[in-house]
Design a binder for this molecule. Structure first.
Ligand code: TXA
Ligand code: MG
Length: 335
């Protein structure tokens, strides 16, 4: 049976004890909910892959309490220290070389010589890592290939009892997975856009290569496989109208949308078929809403979800990345 509990001090202590015993626990983070395991325990990390139905070639992010704990497991360089100083705790994941004496399960690296490390800002995640006294391996707490969860209910719907104990810590504030940057080579490479924007990274690092699209069948970051964050209902991107049988994921003022058939009002969409990422056109608000609204519209009964354009700058780059993946390769080609 699925177990959602408020993240009280007792619940966090119980969760830490379960992690210590090799069980899985779902924890809130500021980006999305994570399915956590003791990162030093091979069997526990293996059970993450099993619970998510996740291909074992996909490596897992290791969550740390602070930079010192990260420096115990990976080798930092000047750029990594600078970014940790600026953006930790927060929605930034850095790929760095594993230290030789690294005690983190090799499964977290999925055969790579590197590890992804992140220091989350959510107080419950922080307390849980502190209570365990070890890093926590945690991918997003959803079945592989489906939408990332921003509420405990999303987790329960996607994973059921496989989520282990679910610590409830409110709606995830950032709402998109962390930015992933590879700092293991000479030039930083952005692998996944997220809460920390490319502009911010370039401002502090200078040149940053962008490899957010998978190249061939063997992507550098396996999470780049295109159809990754997918709802069941097909999406139609760049919508400037709403068609028969379609729900609408809007952004900004609907008056700017030239609606087919004489204006939006006449479309008479059922209220639960229309969601607006941000009526005021605020990208931070839109990022926080995107997965929850896709979840909701996926369940409303529409044949297709029409999606209005979101500006492709700042946090909008990460939002569009997730929307494009949700739409899948087919829809992306058709447009
Ligand atoms: O916001 C987040 O990052 C959330 C929360 C729970 O922290 N976690 C998350 O984890 O999104 P996950 O496993 O769903 O995504 C991790 C991404 C994947 O695209 C994976 O391929 C990539 O990071 N990744 C992990 N380790 C890597 C490595 N050593 N080299 C390259 N890519 C790596
Ligand atoms: Mg994920």
């Amino acid at each position: 049976m699925t177990q959602i509990v408020q993240a009280t001090a007792e619940a966090i202590a119980e969760a830490a004890a379960r992690l210590h015993a090799g069980e899985l626990v779902t924890m809130p983070t500021e980006t999305v909910y994570g399915l956590g395991a003791d990162a030093t325990n091979d069997r526990a990390v293996a059970s993450i892959f099993e619970a998510k139905g996740r291909p074992t070639f996909n490596p897992v992010i290791v969550h740390v309490a602070n930079r010192a704990q990260a420096e115990d497991i990976v080798t930092f360089n000047i750029k990594a220290r600078l970014l940790a100083e600026l953006f930790w705790p927060g929605p930034l994941t850095m790929i760095l070389p594993r230290r030789e004496d690294c005690n983190i399960s090799r499964l977290c690296s999925a055969g790579l010589p590197t590890l992804a490390v992140r220091c989350p800002a959510h107080p419950v995640a922080r307390q849980l890592i502190a209570a365990l006294g070890k890093p926590i391996a945690a991918p997003s707490a959803n079945a592989s290939g489906s939408l990332s969860p921003t509420t405990p209910q999303h987790v329960a719907m996607s994973l059921g009892a496989k989520a282990g104990l679910i610590l409830a810590g409110g709606k995830a504030q950032v709402g998109l997975e962390s930015t992933v940057i590879d700092l293991s080579g000479d030039t930083p490479v952005l692998l996944r856009p997220g809460g920390v924007t490319l502009d911010e990274l370039e401002m502090h690092l200078g040149e940053v290569l962008v490899e957010t699209e998978a190249v061939g069948d063997n992507p550098k970051s396996p999470g780049q496989l295109l159809k990754h964050y997918a709802p069941r209902t097909p999406l139609r991107l760049h919508a400037v109208d709403v068609r028969e049988g379609e729900a609408l994921l809007a952004f900004g003022n609907l008056r700017f949308m030239g609606m087919q058939g004489g204006g939006f009002a006449k479309q008479k969409l059922p209220p639960d078929w229309l969601m607006n990422l941000s009526e005021s056109g605020d990208l931070t608000e839109a990022a926080a809403n995107v997965f929850a609204m896709l979840h909701a519209l996926d369940g409303c009964g529409a044949q297709t979800i029409a999606v209005m354009n979101v500006p492709d700058a700042g946090l909008g780059i990460a939002i569009n990345d997730r929307l494009k993946r949700a739409a899948g390769a087919q829809a992306a080609e058709k447009k």
